[in-house]
Design a protein around this ligand. Structure first.
Ligand code: AHM
Ligand code: MG
Length: 350
């Protein structure tokens, strides 16, 4: 009798240990169709990129030339770090041989990178931010990679990738890899949000949390309050509100992936609003805000620009930016209520 119970325990433990990412994708789709195989293979490639980046990050402090700036600027005019370049190239390298992805569009590249030999078959585009929160890299604090997958529409013969200038409702998968004390991959293919932890002894991402549900409210508000002086009055109203009410706590790491990860599990809200001078804010729609909005909605949370759902926002160019308010439903609605109130007052004053 005792033996029988023990063997059941093993069975459970092994099953848990063996839920790899590709197996999970097939389980979710309940089919081995060509589309399911593509998606599973794409997720596997993303996981490989995550492992390569995690490996380099874990030894970067001991390596010559792994940390610091390259001395050049990217298309957005930001100083590029050596890890940004490495991680960007890792994604290209793992997808070059895949036969799956025809285009890669990244925060670090002015134009999409085409892999023509993949295009007849692999009509997918990968959108990604190779290292999100790169100011954290040199000081050994968490960073992430953000990704999203879309089906290519049309032939894109002129190389403008104009089909990407549509709303985030077109995403078929999205997620991120968080390089923290452990490496965690979180993804959704539109069937809930699931987290996998990299088991270094196996070299595999193993399922660690399934069907994650974001709490409807949480104590955390996460924003760079150093920007207070440049914000619109409505955002200042919200910050004054949390300063004056019990039950709020501030958490801000400088890496969106890490801040979002906390909120995904524990609830709360992350804000990167626009400023009076730059109303569109800092974060990029295609590579940062839309992929995380896809996850937030899948987990029962919300993501808003302040005036519309992030997933409804249509970029006017590849590197378009949007303000971001993302997290628990109630907390996002509270921030929006301050924005609505100020706009009502502005209309009434005219
Ligand atoms: P990056 O992708 O170039 O690193 O920029 C995005 C990052 C986010 O991860 C983070 O939330 C934000 O920029 C931090 O910006 P700031 O330093 O202005 O607070
Ligand atoms: Mg980023």
């Amino acid at each position: 009798m005792v033996e029988a119970y023990e063997s059941l325990d093993y069975e459970y433990a092994l099953d848990h240990d063996c839920t790899t990412l590709s197996r999970h994708v097939f389980q979710q789709l309940q089919t081995f169709s060509a589309d399911a195989q593509d998606l599973s293979a794409i997720m596997n490639r993303i996981a490989l990129a995550g492992k390569l980046i995690a490996r380099r990050l874990s030894r970067a402090g001991l390596m010559e030339g792994a940390l610091g700036f390259t001395g050049s600027e990217n298309v957005q005019g930001e100083s590029v770090k050596k890890m940004d370049v490495y991680a960007n190239e890792v994604f290209i390298a793992v997808f070059k041989q895949s036969g799956l992805v025809c285009r890669l569009a990244s925060e670090e590249m002015e134009k999409p990178y085409y892999i023509p030999e993949n295009c007849p078959l692999g009509r997918y585009t990968l959108l990604y931010d190779p290292i999100d929160g790169s100011s954290n890299v040199d000081i050994n604090i968490n960073v992430g990679s953000i990704f999203a997958v879309r089906q290519q529409e049309g032939d894109d013969l002129d190389g403008t990738a104009s089909d990407l200038l549509q709303s985030g409702r077109k995403l078929i998968a999205a997620g991120y890899i968080l390089y923290g004390p452990s490496t965690v991959l979180v993804y959704s293919i539109g069937k809930g949000v699931h987290a996998f932890t990299l088991d270094p002894s196996l070299g595999e991402f193993i399922l660690s949390s399934e069907n994650i549900q974001m709490p409807e409210h949480g104590p955390v508000y996460s924003t760079n309050e150093g920007n207070f002086w440049q914000w619109d009055e409505s955002i200042r109203d919200y910050i004054r509100y949390v300063h004056r009410h019990e039950g709020y706590t501030a958490r801000y790491s400088g890496a969106l992936v890490g801040d979002f990860h906390r909120i995904l599990f524990q609830g709360g809200v992350f804000l990167y609003p626009g400023t009076v001078k730059k109303p569109e804010g800092k974060l990029r729609l295609l590579y940062e805000t839309a992929p995380l909005a896809f996850l937030a909605e899948q987990a029962g949370g919300r993501a808003s620009t302040g005036t519309q759902d992030i997933l409804d926002a249509v970029p006017e160019k590849l590197h378009a930016r949007t303000p971001l308010i993302i997290g628990s439903k109630e907390d996002v609605a509270l921030v929006e209520s301050f924005i609505q109130e100020r706009s009502r007052q502005a209309i009434a004053a005219h």
